[in-house]
Write a protein that binds this ligand. Structure first.
Ligand SMILES: Nc1ncnc2c1ncn2[C@@H]1O[C@H](COP(=O)(O)OP(=O)(O)OP(=O)(O)O)[C@@H](O)[C@H]1O
Ligand SMILES: [Mg+2]
Length: 221
């Protein structure tokens, strides 16, 4: 049983979007995934509610990934609770956290096999990410940045500049994710991008990101 935690204090970086895309991409490669919403905002849980209403015969299986709000009464024993999922056949847990520095987020980092830190390619986001990095480093968990919502305009260098700024404090996940409608529309349909538009570029990004993260977790074991 492995656990990936999407974490950054910065709001709107893409934690929930990446969590849904990654959970589905992993499910499609044979993992049995449980995705947990640890954010009172409830965005991931809302995605799960939309997904649960998927018509029979849709490419999206309304039962998988399992999508639930994290049972907060079990916060103190999060790791044990997640490990227990392994005995129920779950192979991967994806934790979506709030854009906040709080005990819930810290517990999620502590319970994870790997942390992913989505970050938009702006100076403001680069400045804001340092507090999150310090918190992950205290947890001792491996982590990587996911550059997200990058411009599709080829001459735009902000992604490169941000990647350069990040390289001194951590690793970059591959590939970077561009600003694409598929991510927004897939979420609204209760799907991952690899279900919503399997042949699209966003789907390629999600599949590649899952492969990259999986390989990282395998090398850290
Ligand atoms: N790669 C992308 N392309 C297009 N839109 C994106 C992309 N990633 C995220 N978004 C959009 O950006 C907004 C913020 O994304 P999301 O809610 O996933 O961020 P978050 O980090 O979970 O935010 P919060 O801190 O509020 O939980 C949403 O409207 C989402 O649809
Ligand atoms: Mg969110």
């Amino acid at each position: 049983m492995r656990t990936i935690t999407l974490v950054t204090q910065k709001g709107g970086a893409g934690k929930t979007t990446v969590a849904t895309s990654l959970a589905v991409a992993a499910q499609q490669t044979g993992e049995t995934v449980a995705a947990f919403d640890l954010d009172p905002q409830g965005s991931l849980a809302e995605w799960g509610r939309i997904r649960a209403k998927t018509e029979p015969g849709s490419i999206a299986d309304p039962r998988l990934p399992v999508v639930e709000r994290f049972p907060m009464e079990r916060l103190a024993k999060m790791k044990a609770m997640l490990d227990g999922l392994g005995t129920k056949g779950i192979t991967l847990a994806v934790l979506d956290t709030a854009g906040a520095d709080n005990p819930t987020t810290h517990a999620a980092m502590e319970a994870s096999s790997f942390c992913l830190v989505p970050i938009r390619p702006t100076r403001l986001d680069l400045l804001a990410v340092r507090a999150t990095v310090q918190a992950i480093m205290r947890s001792g968990k491996p982590f990587a940045f996911v550059l997200n919502q990058c411009s599709t305009i080829p001459r735009n260098n902000r992604a490169n500049d941000t990647a350069t700024g990040l390289s001194s404090i951590g690793f970059m996940a591959e590939p970077l994710l561009l600003l694409r409608n598929d991510y927004q529309d897939a979420f609204a349909s209760g799907m991952g991008v690899t279900e919503y538009a399997p042949d699209g570029k966003a789907a390629d990004e999600a599949r590649q990101l899952w492969s990259w993260v999986k390989a990282q977790m395998e090398t850290k074991e």
